[in-house]
Every structure is written in C-alpha cells, then in structure tokens.
Design a protein around this ligand. Structure first.
Ligand SMILES: *Cc1c(COP(=O)(O)O)cnc(C)c1O
Length: 377
C-alpha cells in the first residue's frame, strides 16, 4: 500500500537496521557467529522485512520462538540454520523436523521426540542445542544437574541427530547490577566443563543485546541480539551502553481538525476539558494499533515539527491531540507517534517509558492493521 493512501503505518528503516547489526558485529570478537533474533514477527516490524534486510549481511542463522516462525523463515528461502529458542511443543515436532530447525532442548522428552522425528525423516542429521538454566528459570536444564542430564543426552545420540550447541540466557543483563550476570556466566562455565563432550565441539552462546554490548568477554562462539537491532535500547539507564539507531517509525494522519468551544470534553470518561477555545486534531490510530490506552493525557506526538500533547483517553481507532501550538495544522498532515519528523524525535524507549514498559513490548504490540513499509536510504 502506498503511504499516501494509508491511515496509519509503520516505517522500517532498513539502513538503520543494518547500522545496528554493524554495531553488534563490531562489539564481538571477529569470527563470533551472529544469530539475529527475528521472533515475534521480527519484534513486530515484519519478519520478511527483517530477514530480507539481514540475510545479505550473512548472519550465521536466525533465532525464532515458535515452530511456525521457523517455517515462515524457511518459506522466505533461508537455508541457514534457524534456531528455536523455546521448548519444542510435542504437537509440532514433525513440522520442526521437516523445516530442519535447530531446536533448543530443555527436557529428555523433547529430545526423545526429536530423535524419533529425525529417524523417521532420514537424510542429514538434525541439530539440537542444549539449553542450560542458570537462573532464568523458564526453560533449560538446571546447571546443578548436569551430572544427570549430561549422560542422559549422551545416551540418546545416534546417526539421526547432532548435538551441536549449548546455551544459556541472562535474566538481568539490562539492570545496573552486574553481579547476577557474572554469577550466571560462572554457572554456565561450570556446566560446560562437566559436559560429557568437549565444549569446544559445541557452539556455545549466551548473550542477548545488553550482554553483547556490556560484557563482550561473554561473546563465546555466538551471540543472539534482538531488541538493539530493531532500535530499542537494550539497557535503558545503564551507563556506557550505546544507543541504537531508531529503526521503526509509527505514523498516522490528522483525520479531523476543529476549533472547540471552552468546556468541550474529549474521549471516554471525559478526562480532558478545554479551558478556553482550543484547536483539536483527531488522529487515525488507537489502541487496536498498539498505541497503548495508558498514553492518554501522557504522550506527545509530532505534528509539523512540533511536539503536541495527546488529550483524553486513547480510543480503539483514534486519539485526540491539542493543536494549540500548531495553528497551520490541517487535515491529512502526518502525525508521528514514534520516530523522527522535522528534526524532532520520539524514541520507542521514550514512548515505552510513558507506560512503564520496555521498547520490546511496544514494538511487538504494534497492530496487524498497520502496514509495514520499508524505507531504504
Ligand atoms: C529474545 C531472546 C534474545 C534476544 O534478546 P534481546 O534482549 O532482545 O537482545 C536472545 N536469546 C533468547 C533466548 C531470547 O529469548
């Protein structure tokens, strides 16, 4: 859809995505494999746009959170490894095998199912990486129990499968206190030396965006960057962590511009009242598009290079702004909710801070109704 016709849209700056990838690449030791995470539809920006932009940069592979996402990456023609970082659901083992995913293993049941699927499928061996739980708690095999699960994994190896990697995940790499990260790394190292195979035979990886940029010495064989690539700060408020270049812009248009009388109210629950004659603009985007309801009376947006406030509650399909400071604003003007316009900028992190969340949640919450448009400049 051409932007000229859209009511609201998400713009993806492919050059910025490449620039952020380059920052990650320069932060790790040369030769470290990079596994861009493209889960959740490329952090909400569009799986195809993310994969097509990153593929020419020759990453080692891509990281996904569901088997369906892995299938979608394969449908785009990707032949590189595709790593599934969540436990393999029993109902999707066959599909994962047909897509030749590299699955993360968190249980012996899943490994048994993977070996079974590989034997049925035949052909080249299917890969798996064992995930070690060093404190994240949601997935992985417990680091203290490697003496049990190490031999159990070993006993299941056969011609159908290849144990090709081992990884863990940091739970606090975005927080100022570095001690939890150090403790997790220590646990991971203790696990690696107790494995029944030499860790040098495995691809070892641990770091997400924040860890890559803060603790380059934990780069190991591979890294798994996500949010930084897509323009979200991986550790807001932590000193010394570089900010990414903005990748996504969320834009809409003024659908109506009106002069309102004093005492006019706006939105559900009439939480805003005009004190004097005011100019209001109605913008064609709402909470169904991912513009969270909680930004009502809190957020600002950009109109004609000015920051103007959102007034009243955000509706499902629209929100209202005060145009007091933009007397020349008119119907059809572009309204920028996230991104740059006229030399001003609202970062996704600033937007996230208005509702007490992180940029990841804002980006992945952008609605399907917004077309994703690639800009390359
Ligand atoms: C999402 C995820 C990542 C990427 O994390 P970011 O903080 O977005 O860089 C890496 N590894 C795993 C296991 C993940 O779930």
């Amino acid at each position: 859809m051409p932007i000229a016709e859209a009511r609201a849209w998400v713009e993806l700056d492919a050059g910025a995505l490449r620039a952020n990838y380059d920052t990650i690449r320069r932060s790790v030791v040369k030769g470290t494999a990079i596994i861009p995470m493209v889960k959740a539809d490329g952090y909400g920006l569009g799986l195809e746009l993310a994969v097509r932009t990153l593929e020419p940069l020759e990453p080692w592979g891509f990281g996904v959170a569901t088997v369906r996402e892995g299938e979608a990456v394969r449908r785009l023609g990707v032949t590189r490894p595709v790593l599934l970082i969540t436990p393999l659901p029993m109902g999707e083992v066959q599909l994962a095998a047909r897509c030749r995913l590299t699955v993360g293993i968190s249980s012996m049941d899943a490994l048994d199912a993977w070996v079974g699927a590989a034997d049925r499928l035949g052909g080249e061996a299917l890969d798996f990486h064992v995930e070690v739980d060093t404190g994240m708690g949601r997935t992985g095999l417990d680091w203290r129990e490697v003496g049990d699960w190490g031999p159990a994994v070993m006993s299941r190896l056969g011609p159908g499968v290849r144990w090709s990697g081992c990884f863990t995940h940091f739970h606090s790499s975005d927080l100022p206190d570095e001690r939890p990260g150090m403790a997790q790394w220590e646990r991971f190292q203790q696990t690696l030396v107790q494995l029944p195979v030499p860790a040098t035979d495995l691809m070892v990886h641990a770091s997400n965006s924040a860890a890559i940029l803060r603790w380059p010495r934990f780069g190991a064989d591979a890294v798994r960057p996500g949010i930084f690539l897509y323009g979200g700060h991986p550790a807001p408020g932590v000193e010394g962590v570089p900010a990414p270049v903005g990748v996504a812009a969320v834009r809409s248009r003024l659908l109506l511009v009106r002069q309102k009388l004093p005492d006019s109210t706006v939105g559900y629950a009439a939480t805003y009242t005009a004190r004097s004659p005011e100019r209001w603009g109605t913008v064609g985007i709402g909470y169904a598009d991912g513009i969270r309801r909680a930004v009502g009376n809190v957020a600002s947006v950009l109109v004609r290079g000015r920051r103007v406030p959102v007034i009243g509650r955000v509706s499902m399909d629209s929100l209202t702004v005060s145009l007091q400071d933009v007397p020349d604003a008119k119907v059809g003007d572009v309204v920028t909710l996230i991104g740059e316009a006229g030399g001003q900028r609202i970062t996704v992190d600033e937007f996230a801070s208005w509702v007490g969340t992180i940029s990841n949640e804002i980006l992945t919450g952008l609605g399907d109704r917004l077309p994703r448009v690639k800009r390359d400049g």
